[in-house]
Design a protein around this ligand. Structure first.
Ligand code: ADP
Length: 334
């Protein structure tokens, strides 16, 4: 008998163009995991409503996230690739989990505090319970692994807390979900200005998007923060230089990196040359993805079929879980 595959779940919000952080934090793992796990990958359109209530751009953004994931190698025939709002059981599980999530613990979440600071006039209950909805998405498929970037570590910890709390109160239904990255530690792709992470909506000139054209990529990389170089041999790198080396490690060859490491250590490094090299390697990495995205976006009917097929697979798994949940909670009266 074939061994049952372990279950994987993750999602990306359709709040703008995808960037290198999304690729190296999440999508790269999706593409690898689809070969060995049973995968559920989702466009988190409901989550986007917590910060982006205006839905005029939503459809275009959902299409873009679908196309960008597929262009990066995600195969809708191998995985369930679906839209969060198409799976209505998510809302039901979210409701039950909300009864087990406490205001105090939700208010302490770093992402909540950040978003309150960024947007003090829209502190809605959905924002506060964001990690509860995320837990519902994950445990709805009884997923064990969640490929995400480092910024999601705390949310995953909360997902484990809520899953355990449910199990403890009503009986064992859910496995404990774990954040996952193939290289053990989770990835944070830094922004080019050395202040924070690449992101869909903030810091756009310091973020490299999969949709950026070649000139834009070069322009952004050449503006990355550097200095006049080290004055003593073999000294530690300042943060912003460390960040540039981290970005190189994502797209440059080991020989290129070694050459610039040696130049750094011998104080002969020329940051202009380093950035030119990094810009060209970024162009070579991003351009083929960008061209594929443009082609996929032309085929609206194809995108619709992908969403329908994904929803069918996800709905089946959700229905099985919710049967167990209602039973465990004693919500089965006849
Ligand atoms: P964003 O923060 O850009 O809006 P999402 O919240 O939709 O992105 O996150 C989608 C996925 O991309 C998550 O798994 C998240 O951890 C990952 N991610 C986002 N930004 C980065 C980054 N700079 N480095 C690594 N992973 C990231």
């Amino acid at each position: 008998m074939e061994k049952k595959k372990e279950i994987v779940m993750s999602g990306i919000r359709p709040t703008g163009f995808l960037h290198l952080g999304n690729y190296f934090g999440a999508i790269r793992n999706y593409v690898k995991m689809q070969e060995e796990f049973e995968c559920f990958f989702m466009v988190a359109d409901l989550h986007s409503l917590t910060t982006h209530p205006d839905t005029k751009e939503l459809k275009a953004n959902v299409h873009r996230v679908l196309a960008e994931n597929i262009a990066c190698g995600l195969d809708p025939d191998k995985v369930a690739f679906y839209c969060q709002s198409h799976i209505h059981e998510t809302a039901e599980l979210y409701l039950y989990l909300n009864m087990m999530a406490y205001k105090g613990e939700l208010e302490k979440t770093t992402t909540f505090k950040d978003k309150v600071r960024q947007n003090p006039e829209n502190v809605n209950a959905g924002l506060l319970t964001y990690p509860v909805l995320q837990t519902a998405d994950i445990i709805l498929h009884r997923a064990k692994y969640v490929p995400v970037g480092k910024d999601q570590e705390q949310h995953l910890e909360m997902a484990r807390t809520f899953a355990n709390r449910f199990n403890h109160r009503y009986g064992d239904v859910f496995p404990e979900p774990q954040a996952f990255n193939y290289n053990q530690s989770l990835v944070k792709v830094p922004s080019l200005d050395g202040a924070g992470k690449m992101s869909k909506s903030e810091n756009q000139m310091a973020t490299l998007y999969l949709a950026d054209n070649d000139d834009m990529i070069r322009k952004k990389v050449m503006k990355a923060k550097t200095d006049s170089g080290p004055t003593e041999k073999n000294t530690p790198k300042p943060d912003y230089i460390e960040n540039i080396f981290l970005l190189m490690s994502l797209v440059c060859t080991p020989e290129t990196i070694q050459r610039f490491e040696e130049d750094y250590n011998s104080c002969t490094i020329r940051y202009g040359d380093l950035k030119k090299q990094l810009a060209e390697d970024m162009v070579n990495f991003i351009a083929p993805i960008r061209n594929k995205v443009d082609a996929i976006l032309q085929d609206e009917e194809g995108l619709k079929q992908i969403m329908q097929k994904g929803a069918e697979k996800a709905n089946k798994s959700a229905a099985e879980t919710m049967k167990q949940v209602r039973q465990a909670m004693g919500l089965n009266y006849f």
